[in-house]
Ligand binder design. Sequence first.
Ligand code: ADP
Length: 399
Amino acid sequence: MKALVVNCGSSSVKYALFEMDEEQKIAWGLIERIGLPEAYYKRQIINAEEKKEVIKVKNHTEAIELVIEELLDRKAGSITDINEIAVVGHRIVHGGDKFSKSVLVTEEVKKDLKNCFSIAPLHTPAHYAGIVAVEKMLPGIPSVLVFDTAFHQTMPDYAYMYALPYEFYEKDHIRRYGFHGTSHNYVSQRAAKMLGKPLNKLNLITAHLGNGSSITAIEKGRVVDTSMGFTPLQGVVMGTRCGDIDSAIIAYLLDKYSQYKKGSVLNDLLNKKSGLAGISGISGDMRAIIQAVGEGNKRAELAFNMLTYSIKKYIGAYYGILNGVDGLVFTAGIGENSAPVRESVCKNLSVLGIEIDIKKNSECSDEERFISAKKSKVKVMIIPTNEELMIARESKRVC
Ligand code: ADP
């Protein structure tokens, strides 16, 4: 069977088609700058040439139409009939507290999703448009929603509540939700395979470190805490996001600078101009930071140290709540590729039984692998994440 994975962002659509019998990705692509005069389109079909184009794509409906046309392309296409697609899996950023697992799309589910528009106003309307467009283009083919927040829905209330007046939780659903759930879910399953034990017998700390980063504490296969919160801004220092700060700073900025009275300007500051970029003044990209550190740039060094220090603090905290950890997993762009970040994070954690092998840590590979020292009680692993495959698997399971 074939599963199509669709990820509709605010102005982009990414897709991947999987042959699920072998779990092989057979076609994938992306459309960016939807709604702008010149959208950018790129697609790759296995064994065919890559195709790139600048075209006009008015909205998500047109983008989905283009995706289906390309999949059916007579020369290079990967299907000959839309009915070869058995299921469509949609990545959904925020399911609020309404969705604790992946669901089949029904009219009721669409209504519930609409009620989540206000918590993720940039993403959810785009997801919704994608779902409607898929229904139009692929009538009768089931769609499944897979939520970034769902894996974290097992957190206990004392972990997900903020100590604000209770009415804000009741009225406005303000609580910790957590993100990157599909990735944490995927790597925890892979870690269980690597450790040769069932996931429900393992305690893990998973560190998804990319442009956005989150750390998750997993007790016997269930999330008990995660570093991102009501939005993906909370937690460790990120590329351009500030992570944890004293929330009184917000009130201070609002009072002192008139431009921040507009929520979107303040949001921009915290989400797009902070983190590595804000501290270094160079870039939010870890590769640029590491290069600048090598050239002796002090602010880049400070940014690097702040990021790794903040990750280390979460690992220590989660070690405390898990009462013993079997595995520590690094994943995503930085987690998979940056030996200096992993080394700095794991330095001086031998008291917790976390010790990495410096040589193994410095080797480059795309494979999942152990990097812990022989004597390390906690197994440290690098596991390349695969959110698309996880969504395809979930869609197959649910439909
Ligand atoms: P996103 O959150 O957008 O999915 P990614 O998971 O792709 O992000 O991670 C992007 C981050 O990974 C960037 O900071 C980038 O610099 C970093 N990264 C990618 N490759 C390397 C590398 N070889 N060394 C250090 N950092 C890397």
